[in-house]
Ligand binder design. Structure first.
Ligand code: FES
Length: 281
């Protein structure tokens, strides 16, 4: 039986970058079981005592035995309340939820691809795959520098001409990365994240790559087309509006092809990680 824990977590770190916030929470019951690709639900109990009935889902960006990390942008009253949390405050969370990413045997390099806040689950995956001895690289994309949820670094830059910046969240695990921005910004690739993926694939044709991606639907759709044309294996983490987070409300359905038939799956319990060759986007 799957073990879920609803716990009171302590905020142990809170910082912000651009319009994004990173919370590190002490929750050993959840942290010790969390796997990359899984998420937690946060219950919003605001300072006026108002309780939002439906919790909010957040990908786990990092976990060790004691603590987990989440990254979020303020998009409504719930996240506005979370943005005001300070070190020492507590919040109710449930997790770990959902199916995790898995390593695809037979591949020799993992290419992690994230768009915007969709990059959130990938640093944890980078850390775990790297620890397994897998060769991992990452490509991150956003519209502009101010839409980046993570800081840049100068170490572990993926070797692509003109690129001099990497993503600090994966550089800290020794994973090389590159950044694609739709605005001109020194040290980054000028174009979409998918264009940069294509560029990387062209220069790594002799490698058996697995693509792990999370981000906007349009980005996933383009990637899905490329993976299907080139028979590239991989896994996508799908973002969907969620209410209960545990398969009860049926509010997070997505469509997949299974045994030649279209079927509905619940992102919260059947995903959020799916085979891109089966997903209907
Ligand atoms: Fe309720 Fe998925 S969020 S079923």
């Amino acid at each position: 039986m799957k073990l879920l824990h609803q716990v009171i977590a302590d905020v142990v770190e809170h910082d912000s970058f651009n319009r994004f916030h990173r919370l590190r929470l002490r929750a050993p019951e959840i942290a010790s079981k969390a796997l990359p690709g899984q998420f937690i639900c946060v219950y919003i109990d605001d300072e006026l005592g108002k309780r939002f009935i439906m919790p909010r889902p957040f990908s786990i960006s990092d976990a060790d035995k004691e603590e987990i990390e989440i990254v979020f942008a303020v998009v409504g009253s719930g996240t506005a309340w979370m943005a005001k949390l300070r070190v020492g405050d507590t919040l109710r969370i449930l997790g770990p939820l959902g199916k995790p990413f898995t390593w695809l045997d037979g591949c020799d390099v993992a290419l992690l691809v994230g768009g915007g806040i969709g990059f959130a689950p990938l640093p944890f995956l980078a850390k775990v795959l790297k620890a397994k001895g897998v060769d991992v690289v990452a490509i991150f994309g956003a519209k502009s520098a101010s839409e980046m949820p993570f800081k840049t670094a100068h170490e572990h830059v993926l070797r692509i001409s003109g690129v001099g910046l990497s993503v600090r969240e994966v550089a800290r695990w020794g994973v090389p990365s590159a950044i694609a921005l739709e605005q001109n910004y020194e040290g980054t690739f000028h174009g979409s994240v998918v264009d940069l993926v294509l560029h990387w694939l062209e220069t790594n044709q002799n490698r058996k790559v697995a693509i792990y991606a999370c981000g906007p639907r349009e980005m996933l759709k383009r990637l899905q087309g490329i993976m299907s044309e080139r028979s590239i294996a991989g896994q996508f983490s799908v973002e969907e509006r969620m209410a209960c987070g545990v398969g009860l409300c049926l509010g997070c359905a997505c469509k997949v092809i299974e045994d030649g038939m279209e079927r509905y799956k619940m992102v919260c319990v059947d995903g959020p990680v799916f085979d891109p060759h089966k997903l209907i986007l």
